[in-house]
Ligand binder design. Structure first.
Ligand code: AR6
Length: 174
């Protein structure tokens, strides 16, 4: 899989799927979640409601898919990142699961290009450097015959610099 870094607004990205840093209610919020619902229109929330009614809240680390409404993407994959708290190991594990489960769901949809925001590094206060390491590592170790390109979309300078550095480093398999 090719990995690209873009600085900007994920709602503008032309990809088969963009990932939303949602919360477990799936009913919208601030940050990138708010931006996606505002730009994509009410169809996204309607489908989130259907999912809520069918399977209840979305657990941290899990992912679900809806239409992308009027966004240039085809699908929105909603994943729930962990809130940074006093259990860094558990939070790190859950953040890895967000990336992995989003990629697995994307594969099952035949997605060729997928864009990720920097999950949990805003309102959920996950340290950006550690979150970047987890994101890059999880994507690099995911091998796929279906997904061709993963785009990391950084909204702020700090995340952009962190990702630039991480992506310049060679990948070492554990
Ligand atoms: N495009 C790309 N990235 C963005 C955009 C955008 N339009 N807007 C913000 N970011 P956050 P979280 C970046 O807070 O920490 C919501 O209320 C932002 O700079 O959106 O996972 C949800 O409903 C940051 O680097 O998500 C949840 O309740 C990254 O996206 C809660 O926030 C994630 O920041 C989730 O918190």
């Amino acid at each position: 899989m090719k990995i690209e870094l873009i600085k900007g607004d994920i709602t503008k990205i032309h990809a088969d799927a963009i990932v939303n840093a949602a919360n477990s209610s799936l009913l919208g919020g601030g940050g990138v979640d708010g931006a996606i619902h505002r730009a994509g229109g009410s169809k996204i929330l309607e489908e989130c409601r259907v999912i809520r009614n069918r399977q209840g809240k979305c657990k941290t680390g899990e992912a679900v898919v809806t239409t992308a409404g009027s966004l240039p993407a085809k699908h929105v994959i909603h994943t729930v990142g962990p809130v940074w708290n006093d259990n860094p190991e558990k939070s790190s594990q859950l953040l890895s699961e967000c990336y992995k489960n989003s990629l697995l769901l994307a594969e099952s949809l035949g997605v060729k290009t997928i864009a990720f925001p920097n999950i949990s590094t805003g309102i959920y206060k996950f340290p950006k450097e550690l979150a970047g390491k987890i994101a890059v590592n999880e994507v690099r170790k995911f091998s796929s015959d279906i997904i061709e390109k993963v785009i990391f979309v950084c909204f702020d300078d700090e995340n952009e610099n962190i990702y630039k550095k991480l992506l310049d480093q060679p990948f070492k398999k554990e």
